[in-house]
Design a protein around this ligand. Structure first.
Ligand code: F0G
Length: 356
């Protein structure tokens, strides 16, 4: 690591497969690893990326590959974050982009980003899975449209740098908690650690813990129930809209990463996600969107269930910024008081008198 130069994803360019004449970058990666207030817990805050999620790490590589292969048109199905990221990187590369989104099921911040970056938005009735299938079909039939979903291996090449950054900063934690949707990211992170181990840079890999939302948890349930194949979910439902996915494309890869790292999976309810979001914000000062904070909810559950010890060194990957989903933030209760501007002291003195 000590010989590497620069910061972010392309600091590790030697380890990123592919050969790029031209790199399309917005200085993604290099996100903070924030130490929690108690125990040996670290938060990898991917909300600090240029468009506010870990997707930027994969997008810089995938868009660079699209440009180098001469594509002019790109497409992605998305629950929102891939869309925002793909739109930004396409804009920077001068490519035309189409986004296939589940109608009314994408958080407002993400739609707003896609609009701002100038994408064409194609809405479908139903879940992300409907859009994903449509993109697969189009890409196979048409050929001239470059797909940006995580079955594209270049996406995962970029995302694996999350593992490199963790290892460079703290070597190998005991556990890494990752929210799982279409299931590419947990595999990418595992791949990153595995490559470092195989190169002799680290001597073991962390246990990978996948976390899904209960209403969209085919992989977590398969792991918990010891099934080889997940039972896919026809109508996935969760407030964590980013991971509202019933048939994850990369399920085989995710299950391999979990099993080969001797990890496991948990699923968490929507109310556990909401509580975890509030707790993380109000005790650590870190704002993460609901899908993102599923990893923290999963950590709390794993402690409760005795899967993880409180003294273990743990990295919790927070995949997206709270600002992505303002509707979820504003549901947390807070005091909002109409006041006389000349007498703000009334509120403060009132609180002090009440013993608060
Ligand atoms: N966390 C956030 C905030 C996400 O947006 C996603 C996926 C995940 C976790 C899960 O990652 O799919 O690699 O298992 N969002 C995709 C999208 C599906 O379209 O933005 P995964």
């Amino acid at each position: 690591f000590s010989k590497l130069k620069g910061r972010g994803v392309w600091r590790y360019s030697e380890a990123i497969a592919g050969n790029y004449r031209k790199v399309i970058t917005i200085n993604e990666g290099g996100t903070p690893l924030i130490k929690g207030k108690v125990g040996e817990v670290y938060y990898k805050f991917e909300g600090a990326n240029p468009t506010g999620s870990f997707k930027d790490r994969g997008m810089t590589v995938a868009i660079s590959s699209a440009v180098n292969e001469g594509y002019k048109i790109v497409i992605a199905a998305s629950t929102g974050n891939t869309a925002a990221s793909a739109a930004a990187y396409s804009a920077r590369a001068g490519l035309r982009i189409y986004l296939v989104l589940p109608k009314d099921k994408v958080a407002i911040g993400k739609i707003a980003q896609a609009v701002l970056y100038g994408a064409t938005i194609l809405e479908v009735e139903g879940s992300f899975d409907v859009g994903m299938k449509a993109v697969m079909k189009l890409y196979k039939d048409m050929g001239i449209v470059y797909p940006l979903n995580s079955f594209n291996p270049w996406r995962l090449e970029g995302q694996k740098t999350i593992a490199y950054e963790i290892a460079e900063e703290i070597r190998v934690p005991d556990f890494v908690f990752v929210p799982v949707g279409n299931a590419g990211n947990i595999y990418a992170i595992w791949k990153g650690f595995t490559e470092l181990r195989d190169a002799g840079i680290i001597d073991k890999i962390p246990r990978m813990i996948g976390v899904q939302a209960e209403g969209a948890s085919p992989i977590a349930k398969a792991i918990v129930n010891n099934l080889d194949t997940p039972q896919f979910v026809e109508n996935p439902e969760t407030i964590a809209t980013a991971i509202r996915i019933g048939k994850p494309v990369n399920w085989r890869k995710a299950m391999k990463a979990i099993k080969e790292s001797q990890g496991t999976a948990v699923y968490v309810s929507d109310s556990e996600i909401v509580e975890a979001q509030k707790e993380l914000a109000r005790t650590e000062g870190i704002g993460a969107e609901p899908a993102s904070v599923a990893s923290f909810a999963g950590y709390k559950k794993a402690i409760q269930e005795g899967l993880v010890d409180k003294s273990s060194e743990v990295v919790i990957v927070l995949t997206g910024h709270a600002l992505k989903d303002p509707d979820s933030m504003i549901k947390s209760s807070a005091r909002r008081i109409l006041v006389n501007p000349d007498h703000l002291e009334n509120v403060i003195l009132g609180d002090l008198n009440a013993g608060n």
